[in-house]
Design a protein. Structure first.
Length: 624
């Protein structure tokens, strides 16, 4: 394929893709601007001037409805795609995707039917284009637009406005600066009356994008010729005029085929006494070559602006894609992978909160450093170990027989009673840390950008994480309560052994924490205030020692059971459950807003297309 062919083919492919996406001009998106930046060719002329016939001979196939009267009633956007190798020619309509027409008579019928579908079997027109692609090794890459012919009066069955309507429709195509105008005038009419030239001059005054085509040379009056027009003396255009001889209606009725018609046209010019010297620059085949050559130069000139438009669009689309998130895979394996990736993304952020880097983990330390010691300090040991209560507990423990040396039972009951108070702060620490963790889960889910698209998965992860935290809390609660229970189940014997023995030390200083009692060693003394005060103060210092221990061990237990577990296995249970799920449940977890999915799909398609276009343009530009 030559550079020219690939260039035009590229434009064609981009246009085809734009068409498939529903962007063919008029819109305000980048694709519409791209479509409008790419050149196309439109045929313009009076009714029955031979527009459809010219298009057909450029294509080299019979497929357009032709005849007298208003035959073309909707724009036909015709894209010719040159195929490599093989000779399988086929046509495809945008409105009938996937149906390949190989019988071109059927193509003609479908154009008629599709016209009627929009306009009814009337003589009315519609500006809604029919899109047709032809794939063939025998065509040049081109986009051509067949348009209804310009008329002068409304005929029976047409609204009065039809003349203006047709003109407006044709104008909307040819006024675009990227439109190459194929202005068709019949040679058997004075060029001064040509509707085609009239309109072309209005929209392209300099004549740089207008190709003058003179049809029906064979129908001119004997003794006249069109040399003045063809040689540019009647009406000057920047492009050369091309004379054409299409098939007559009689030929059409006799089914004269295209090959024969082209041969006859060649013969006509070769043997014509008037045009023989111009023969090499006349005829449909020459017109087709002239057009694609012109297109090449137009496209070449536009490559830089097309490239920058494409690059700009790619940037825009990529940022939109980032915003929308990557598309979700359809197969279960990939979906599972996506789910796990999303969980991990959440988990990463959650860990950052705990380990620092993100705020929140410090609040756990706050629990251990402030909340727990404060709660321990506030425990009502003063009341529990008041003289009055100590006396009461000890006496009750003694029963009818007062203790002799030291009130063993009394001590034990007092200590047990005191240690019970530790359950409160221990459990409160567990709960406080639990709420910090819960809050961090909530925050982390909110901060996981990738999860934003998946509200269902978000909710599932939150539920699973909270459930896990609940389990950790229960485990932690049991552990700290056990720590407290352990303290009361076996007392530190040494502590009591080291206490000064009242009997031996009678008269000496009192036990730790309290002033010594009166120096009396008789039994009566055992029940004096000082005695109970000493007991209270002994228990108090034992409890103080235990409190110190718990202040250190409760945080250890809480971190071990809750924080460490949350870090290591917050979603483990969830993973196991997911492993047991069925494939179709994955897509339920990954369900997104359908509108969002649709937008992403469109976006992805476009992006793919633009990137392909960019690559192609690169390769074509380098091939120069
Ligand atoms: P359109 O209305 O401009 O699309 O014109 P058509 O292509 O439908 O042609 C109108 C009629 O003119 C048809 O009957 C054609 O056979 C006939 N016709 C078109 N071009 C020529 C030509 O160069 N020579 C002859 N003899 N007839 C032609
Ligand atoms: Mg026509």
């Amino acid at each position: 394929m030559t550079t020219m062919e690939s260039l035009i083919g590229l434009v064609n492919r981009i246009q085809r893709a734009c068409t498939a996406l529903g962007d063919y001009g008029g819109g305000d998106n980048a694709f519409s601007s791209l479509w409008e930046a790419l050149p196309s060719v439109a045929v313009v002329g009076g009714q029955s001037s031979g527009k459809s016939s010219v298009l057909e001979s450029i294509v080299g196939r019979d497929f357009l409805p032709r005849g007298s009267g208003i035959v073309t009633r909707r724009p036909l956007v015709l894209q010719l795609h040159k195929t490599e190798g093989g000779v399988n020619e086929y046509a495809e309509f945008l409105h009938l995707p996937k149906r390949r027409f190989t019988d071109f008579a059927m193509v003609r019928k479908e154009i008629q039917d599709e016209t009627d579908r929009m306009t009814g079997k009337t003589k009315q027109i519609s500006p809604v284009p029919i899109h047709l692609s032809i794939y063939s090794p025998h065509v040049v890459n081109l986009t051509l637009v067949d348009l209804p012919g310009l008329t002068k009066v409304a005929i029976e069955g047409q609204p009065e406005s039809i003349v203006q309507d047709i003109e407006a429709m044709v104008r909307s195509y040819v006024e675009k600066p990227n439109c190459i105008i194929l202005a068709i005038s019949p040679a058997n009419q004075d060029i001064a009356t040509s509707d085609a030239i009239k309109l072309a001059r209005e929209v392209d005054p300099s004549g740089e994008r207008t190709f003058g085509v003179l049809t029906k040379l064979d129908l001119m009056d004997k003794g006249t010729n069109a040399l003045d027009v063809l040689e540019g003396r009647s009406y000057r255009l920047q492009q050369p005029w091309v004379g054409i001889v299409n098939r007559s209606q009689a030929d059409i009725n006799k089914n004269v085929d295209m090959i024969v018609a082209r041969r006859k046209e060649r013969e006509y010019f070769a043997t014509s006494p008037d045009y023989g010297h111009l023969a090499s620059k006349m005829g449909s085949e020459y017109l087709a070559k002239l057009l694609s050559k012109h297109l090449e130069s137009v496209i070449r000139a536009r490559i830089p602006s097309i490239t920058s438009l494409i690059n700009k669009s790619i940037d825009e689309l990529e940022s939109e894609m980032d915003h929308l998130g990557r598309p979700i895979a359809v197969d279960a394996g990939a979906q599972l992978y996506t789910i796990l990736e999303l969980c991990r993304a959440f988990d990463r952020i959650f860990k950052e909160h705990l380990d620092g880097g993100r705020p929140g983990g410090d609040r756990i330390y706050g629990v251990f450093d402030n909340q727990l010691p404060a709660a321990l300090r506030k425990l009502p040991f003063d009341r529990h170990l008041s003289l009055q209560n100590v006396r009461k507990v000890v006496s009750e423990a003694d029963g009818y027989q007062p203790h002799l040396i030291a009130p063993e039972q009394g001590y034990r009951r007092l200590i047990e009673g005191s240690l019970n108070y530790f359950r409160g702060p221990a459990e409160a620490s567990v709960d406080a840390v639990h709420f910090v963790l819960k809050e961090l889960v909530r925050k982390s889910i909110g901060e996981t950008q990738e999860l934003k698209r998946f509200p269902t998965l978000q909710a599932e992860i939150a539920a699973a994480a909270n459930e896990a935290l609940e389990r950790f809390r229960e485990d932690s609660r049991k552990t700290v309560v056990r720590l407290v229970d352990m303290e009361s189940s076996y007392l530190t014997v040494d502590f009591f052994r080291k206490l000064p023995q009242e009997v031996e030390k009678a008269g000496g200083p009192g036990g730790p924490g309290g002033p010594g009692g009166p120096a009396a060693s008789n039994a009566a003394d055992r029940y004096s205030e000082g005695h109970f005060r000493r007991i209270g103060s002994n228990v108090s210092s034992y409890v103080g020692m235990v409190s110190e221990t718990l202040r250190n061990t409760i945080p250890k237990a809480v971190v071990y059971c809750q924080v460490r577990e949350a870090k290591q296995s917050l979603l483990n249970h969830f993973y196991t459950q997911i492993g047991k799920k069925e494939a179709k449940q994955f897509s339920q977890l990954l369900d997104e807003d359908p509108a969002l999915m649709e937008r992403r799909q469109q976006c992805a398609k476009r992006l793919e297309l633009y990137k392909a276009a960019r690559d192609e343009i690169d390769s074509v530009s380098w091939a120069r």
